[in-house]
Design a protein around this ligand. Structure first.
Ligand code: SF4
Length: 336
């Protein structure tokens, strides 16, 4: 696979497997699963957010959103109806810019998937193709990463990986700004944590809780054949991935860079190179994932960050802001 010829597989999921608890979250920037989340939550009577929201895994953006305001991230799941149209437009514009950049490097090929494993197989196939491109010294975009953090399966997509003139492996995260100025310190803090998590996952790259014996759907097997791999079960792909990761001699990420551009004009606003701190990431991951495991209640912003509430779509209903926050279980009792 060469840079000019590389393809990226996108997927259309045609069937959710009956064993599935429901659709998983989207890999990156994904939205809430369809349906009435609160109603389901009432039925389940669980106090563990992962179960309440029917999540089999979390995305890196779920966790980095907790850096900005954990309570806001919770409301975004509980009350998607309150998301402002401006936010949706901003999100879609950001997605279009990312897609345009991606298409500079490769075409997209749509493959039908019929199971959760098929869907993951597509990610692994993309990953296998990207490893080859990286090994040849070229850059790749939309690189999938996944791993287990604090017993929770976490997935993410790195915007861009490539080599610096000095030969360092560099991660570049693209952020689009509504205003033509560099972001606030609070935004930078969230973005910095996001790239830390990508590095954490990329460097460790462990496998998660998927069913290795699941046969792959015919379209996925066909696409794998076209990519030069003979695989029939998801297990085959994981073994192939593990072998390739072990022998590819791609280094750990050396350099983390965040690039900010103005959303409307596409003008470059600046870049931030951030220094990685493994201890800081480990402590923050333990803290944030404790919420998802039901080990502590969600939290809103601290007093010094109360200015964030002025720009928050949930300010009118936010119990944290009104000093009435309770645990998710208490909130459901009230909503019955
Ligand atoms: Fe967080 Fe403030 Fe929004 Fe509440 S109002 S969710 S504390 S930002």
């Amino acid at each position: 696979v060469t840079l000019g010829q590389s393809l990226y597989l996108s997927q259309t999921l045609t069937h959710w497997p009956s064993c599935s608890l429901g659709p998983p979250t989207e890999p990156e920037g994904g939205d809430v699963a369809k349906g009435n989340v609160l109603e389901t939550a009432k039925r389940k009577r669980s106090h563990v957010p992962l179960e309440i929201f029917h999540l089999r895994y979390l995305s890196v953006t779920d966790i980095s959103a907790q850096v900005w305001c954990e309570q806001q991230m919770v409301y975004r799941r509980e009350r998607p109806d309150l998301t402002t149209p401006e936010n949706i437009v901003l999100l879609n514009t950001g997605k279009s810019i990312h897609l345009a950049r991606e298409l500079e490097d490769h075409d997209l090929v749509t493959v039908s998937t019929t199971s959760r494993e098929d869907s993951w197989a597509i990610k692994v196939l993309n990953l296998l193709g990207m490893l080859l491109v990286l090994q040849e010294g070229h850059r790749v975009r939309e690189f999938p990463v996944f791993g287990v953090l604090e017993d929770i399966f976490v997935v993410g997509v790195i915007d861009q990986l490539g080599y610096t003139p000095k030969g360092e492996l560099e991660l570049n995260e693209l952020k689009t700004q509504n205003n033509a100025s560099m972001p606030s310190a609070a935004q930078k803090k969230r973005d910095r944590f996001q790239v830390f998590l990508y590095k954490y996952l990329f460097d460790a790259m462990v496998q998660g809780c998927l069913a290795p014996e699941q046969p792959l759907g015919p379209h996925v097997q066909d696409q794998a054949r076209k990519s030069g791999f003979t695989v029939s079960h998801f297990r085959d792909l994981l073994e192939l991935l593990s072998l390739n990761l072990t022998h590819c001699e791609i280094p750990a990420i050396d350099r983390l860079q965040i690039e900010y551009i103005h959303q409307d004009s596409g003008t470059a606003l600046g870049t931030e190179v951030v220094a990685y701190d493994q201890d800081e990431v480990g402590a923050a991951v333990r803290y944030f994932l404790a919420y998802w495991k039901g080990q502590r209640d969600s939290r809103g912003v601290d007093v010094e960050d109360a200015w964030k509430c002025r720009y928050c779509a949930y300010a009118g209903i936010c119990e944290w802001r009104m000093g009435k926050a309770g645990s998710p279980a208490e909130r459901w009792k009230k909503s019955k």
